[in-house]
Design a protein around this ligand. Structure first.
Ligand SMILES: Cc1cc2nc3c(=O)[nH]c(=O)nc-3n(C[C@H](O)[C@H](O)[C@H](O)COP(=O)(O)O)c2cc1C
Length: 196
């Protein structure tokens, strides 16, 4: 099984990256048979999605599309920006093919400056998963500033929950048949006027 773990912040010393690394480390220590690929968005020079077919991108855009398409399950970590996700991470969801996440398990981790924005996972990220016909873990992890000290994730409760989330991604993904999604999604054309 392959898991792609996306840390969706462009910030140096990212808190989101620390949380995603905690989840990745746990999977590497406890699930030998799982290959987990950490995708730190800050290390990718991505094109903005311009409507072309996903197969036409080159460079890092092509690379990230391939890594996501080839994953069986995903962990998506995001900082909360304006009560939602940063544009840089939304762009990743715009770049990938419509079928890239179909029937796959997605687990969400968010970090915010405030105590208040944990529900952004429910109303910003889960609808995206719904669009892609992906399964989502019912339980997410939201970490805020008090959970970090000296540039480290220090809160043991959050670490424990990240471990539970990681185990659950593996367990749920193993037990699901990714072809069983209910109804197929309608084909959504990307065609622009330039292509007509
Ligand atoms: C442009 C911008 C918008 C933000 N908006 C929110 C917000 O709406 N709610 C919140 O709780 N924190 C907000 N924050 C704080 C970040 O979510 C928080 O510091 C987060 O942990 C940053 O993650 P990172 O270190 O991985 O970049 C915002 C930060 C920035 C830079």
């Amino acid at each position: 099984m392959k898991i792609a773990a996306i840390a969706g912040s462009l910030t140096p010393l990212s808190k989101t990256l620390l949380t995603v690394k905690e989840a990745v480390g746990h999977i590497r220590r406890h699930h030998d048979h799982v290959e987990v690929n950490l995708i730190n968005l800050k290390e990718y020079q991505l094109d903005f999605c311009d409507g072309r077919d996903p197969s036409e991108y080159e460079g890092d855009s092509k690379k990230i599309i391939k890594e996501i398409v080839e994953a069986d399950a995903l962990i998506v970590g995001t900082p909360i920006y304006r009560g939602s996700i940063p544009g840089a991470l939304k762009n990743v969801f715009d770049l990938i093919p419509n079928t890239a996440l179909k029937g796959k398990v997605l687990a969400f981790i968010a970090t915010g400056g405030s105590y208040h924005h944990f529900l952004a996972i429910e109303h910003q990220l889960k609808p995206l998963a719904g669009y892609f016909k992906a399964y989502t873990l019912p339980g997410n992890v939201y970490a805020h500033n008090d959970h970090f000290q000296n540039k480290q994730l220090t809160d043991e409760g959050i670490k424990q929950r990240l471990h539970e989330l990681s185990d659950s991604v593996v367990t749920l993904s193993k037990s699901l048949d990714s072809k069983v999604i209910g109804a197929e999604q309608p084909v959504i054309p990307r065609q622009s006027l330039a292509q007509t």
